[in-house]
Design a protein around this ligand. Structure first.
Ligand SMILES: [Zn+2]
Ligand SMILES: [Zn+2]
Length: 358
């Protein structure tokens, strides 16, 4: 079945898809449970989960794009194409359940995986649709909606930064930043050695090369790397690699660098995957909060430097205007972003501070 009407909108297509899911739940609920095995129970649960997530996504996304009616009435071409395809896939999937209820017999256990795959497709399709609405309303900013959500959270904290942060407050804050990142997309092992963040809103990829685990705390506030196992400060991956790495000993303990107010805090301490050597990387939320929708058919997101952006946004004397250092633009990947940060916005590293101490 493939219908295509001029009246289709994001809202009407999502409603059709929700109706298919409701149908599926009803078909199972009305069938004779005396013949059910674990597969039937699992199938019902999968359909209910898909319906719950679809509702939750819908309710969470609408306020981000100027409200429910704006979201429902959107007719962005790419969103309609994706959602029509998805509606047809859901229709075919629920058709299988209808046949099963007519013919009887045990349910096909493979259908649960189909339901779960469709649920993931629907989650991404909703995020993309919201991302497109957000992008179409942006004239100056290059951030995708996913980046904007992390950025907004960081801003809210920064504006309160003058207030003292209690013991452990930074760790909690960093974990909260990462929680927002995990709502926006996911971390995955990419190839043998790299870690990728993939944004659900724009499908943009950010790649950290040769990294064992993604650190979950900024280096400047990472007390735990001096006091406990580094695994306590790393972030689990969606596809965790086998945990066969030795625990590195927190050898010659440098004094944690004190936080200097106003100094860019972009570094995190990780370990290379290939050599398992300590290295400084860009703290994931710093890159994620500043990524943009991939352009020109690419898959990697570009990154805007937030520190340069602050410099050019901030108040300044008109006389100094020519001296203001302007960003060269967007960085094409995390590696070139990090290179820029190292040169233009150096932060105190453990190595530097241990030199200072010695
Ligand atoms: Zn994105
Ligand atoms: Zn910069």
């Amino acid at each position: 079945m493939s219908r295509s009407t001029a009246a289709d909108s994001v809202g009407s297509l999502l409603a059709e898809i929700a109706n298919f899911l409701v149908d599926g739940v009803r078909i199972l609920s009305l069938s004779d449970r005396r013949h059910w095995g674990p597969d039937e129970h699992e199938q019902l649960r999968a359909l209910e989960d898909a319906l719950d997530e679809a509702k939750k996504d819908f309710q969470g996304l609408a306020p981000l794009v100027n409200g429910q009616s704006h979201y429902e009435n959107d007719r962005s071409h790419d969103s309609l194409v994706a959602l029509r395809q998805l509606r047809n896939n859901f229709s075919a999937h629920i058709g299988c359940l209808k046949d099963w209820s007519r013919l009887g017999g045990p349910i096909d256990p493979a259908w649960v995986r189909d339901t779960q795959a469709l649920q993931r497709d629907l989650h991404r399709a909703q995020y993309r649709a919201a991302g497109r609405i957000f992008a179409s309303g942006q004239e100056s900013s290059t951030r995708c909606l996913g980046a904007f959500l992390v950025y907004r959270q960081q801003r809210a904290w920064r504006n309160r930064q003058e207030l003292s942060v209690e013991e452990g407050g930074y760790q909690r804050r960093h974990l909260e930043e990462l929680r927002v990142c995990n709502n926006v997309g996911g971390f995955h092992r990419h190839g043998e050695e790299d870690i990728a963040f993939i944004c659900d809103f724009c499908d943009g990829h950010l790649i950290w090369e040769d990294l064992d685990k993604m650190p979950s705390v900024r280096t400047a506030h990472d007390n735990s790397i001096w006091t406990s196992s580094p695994t306590a400060t790393t972030l689990p991956l969606a596809n965790p690699p086998p945990a066969n790495q030795p625990s590195p000993s927190p050898s010659p303990s440098p004094v944690p660098p004190a936080q200097r107010p106003g100094q860019p805090q972009w570094q995190a301490t990780g370990f290379s995957k290939s050599q398992y050597e300590q290295k400084q990387v860009v703290f994931a939320p710093v890159a994620i909060a500043n990524h943009s929708v991939p352009i020109g058919g690419g898959w990697q997101s570009f990154i805007t430097c937030p520190f340069c952006e602050d410099d050019t946004d901030g108040p300044r004397d008109t006389d100094d205007e020519e001296d203001v250092w302007r960003p060269e633009g967007l960085f094409e990947d995390v590696a070139s972003f990090q290179e820029h940060l190292e040169w233009q916005h150096p932060a105190a590293t453990p190595a530097e501070s241990s030199c200072l101490v010695m």
